[in-house]
Design a protein around this ligand. Structure first.
Ligand code: PMT
Length: 401
């Protein structure tokens, strides 16, 4: 099944008879792994109640642009940033006209203007309205601006007319949505991605670790699958579902992660080290639980092996991409790691900002390579992952590597 694993989808519903089909569309999107938030126009609420879509999506439905209470929950800008995809289904002739003229006179058109996410529009209207030159011109404008269209289908209409203008079936809209994320940028490539934290045992019940949730690495795995790669995800302990079509290898410690990576290095074209691997581990692991008799306890730590540097130094090294978690002097430290660890690219993120980096749903990164750099603005980790995979695929094809 074409998937939308980990995708944040805003579904905009406008006021046409096809609005009742949006209930089935929410179900189809969720079944494919999407997290769905619904925005309804006033007209849409005449055809289907927000309560129905709230129950199906599992989130309150957004209806008002100027509502202080709603803005306190998830405001329109937050909603626009949260989205990996905006679907408008049904999109009435009036809504299409308002989108084409760039209006922001209700919540849905405002979110459409404020989001950088791709947009998928499913028109639904009377066949004569669809054929009208004004609608045709508006549709051309939306497509020229990069919006995708699904449907309309032809057939008998609610008003008794026969012709084009029926909203496409929900299953086909969900398939078109999943298709927007699929691309062949890494077709046939074998990709190994590390994700999550490692745990370094102190005794049988305690360990040293960090706050990595695995979200960034898992989003990268999903994006690499979408790009056509064969993906192995080597994961520290996290609470996340495995992206569909990715092979997952669970490890706990840095030493186990190293072994799992080395086993696969020869059969891999691209290695992405997103895991927050412990730099140090206890020099000895106590056989029994350490007792709290002493007032002070000194731990002796020893360096772990640098997995990334080991992979990049391998005789058959793949294209190697590291991450750099920094709190200051981002470029200087990231470029230092790029050189020292002999990497093809490094992705630097500022982990001093709690809105991005460790355990947040968003990230903002700057990617460095020998001859250049590229900043990716704050967005969901899934959007950043897609952008990163596209950039990495491009650099892999570049003549200078
Ligand atoms: O998991 P999330 O909550 O989504 O958070 C994402 C993240 C912040 C963990 C991720 O974006 C990130 O920055 N990962 C790298 C964290 C890190 O350990 O950075 P570092 O600068 O200490 O290490 C540099 C690189 O060396 C990293 O690619 C790291 O995986 C690698 N490394 C480090 C030590 C070691 N022993 N072996 C390694 O391979």
């Amino acid at each position: 099944m074409a998937h939308l694993f980990n995708r944040n989808v805003v579904l905009g519903v406008s006021g046409g008879i096809a609005a009742y089909k949006s209930a089935e569309l929410v179900r189809q999107l969720k079944e494919r792994g999407a997290d769905v938030r619904v925005v309804m126009t006033r007209g849409a609420q005449e055809f289907i109640t927000p309560l129905t879509l709230q129950a199906l999506s599992g989130h309150p439905v957004h209806t008002e642009l100027l509502d202080t209470e709603a803005e306190l929950g998830m405001g329109h800008i937050e909603l626009a940033r949260w989205a990996d995809l905006l679907i408008i289904a049904p999109a009435t002739a009036d809504l299409i006209a308002r989108l084409a003229s760039g209006r922001a006179d209700d919540l849905l058109t405002t979110v459409a203007l404020a989001t950088a996410a791709p947009k998928l529009v499913a028109p639904a209207m009377n066949q004569q309205m669809w054929r009208d030159p004004a609608t045709s011109a508006n549709i051309d404008t939306l497509q020229d601006r990069g919006m995708s269209l699904v449907g309309p289908a032809s057939g008998e209409q609610a008003c008794g007319d026969v012709g084009p203008g029926r909203m496409e079936q929900p299953v086909n809209i969900a398939l078109a949505a999943a298709g927007l994320f699929a691309n062949g940028a890494l077709a046939g490539r074998r990709v190994v991605i590390t994700a999550g934290p490692t745990r370094e045992a102190l005794d049988p019940v305690r360990y040293l670790s960090n706050h990595s949730s695995g979200k960034m690495g898992y989003a990268l795995a999903a994006a690499a699958v979408d790009a056509g790669a064969q993906v192995t995800l080597i994961s520290g302990p996290v609470q996340l579902a495995t992206p569909e079509h990715a092979e997952r290898v669970d490890v706990v410690s840095a030493a186990q992660m190293l072994d799992a990576c080395l086993e696969r290095v020869k059969e891999c074209d691209l290695f992405i080290a997103c895991a927050a691997v412990a730099d140090y581990r206890p020099a000895t692991v106590a056989a029994g639980k350490i007792k709290k008799d002493a007032e002070h306890l000194t731990l002796e730590l020893e360096r772990t092996t640098d997995i990334l540097a080991t992979v990049s130094g391998h005789a058959q090294a793949p294209f190697t991409v590291g991450f750099a978690a920094e709190t200051h002097d981002l470029e200087q430290y990231a470029r230092g790691k790029l050189e020292r660890k002999k990497l093809d690219m490094i992705v630097a993120n500022d982990v001093s900002d709690t809105a991005i980096g460790f355990n947040s749903d968003q990230n903002a990164v700057t990617v460095f390579w020998q001859q250049g750099s590229c900043a990716l603005a704050q967005a969901s980790k899934s959007t950043i992952a897609r952008e990163l995979i596209a950039l990495i695929a491009q650099r892999m094809e570049a003549p200078d590597g």
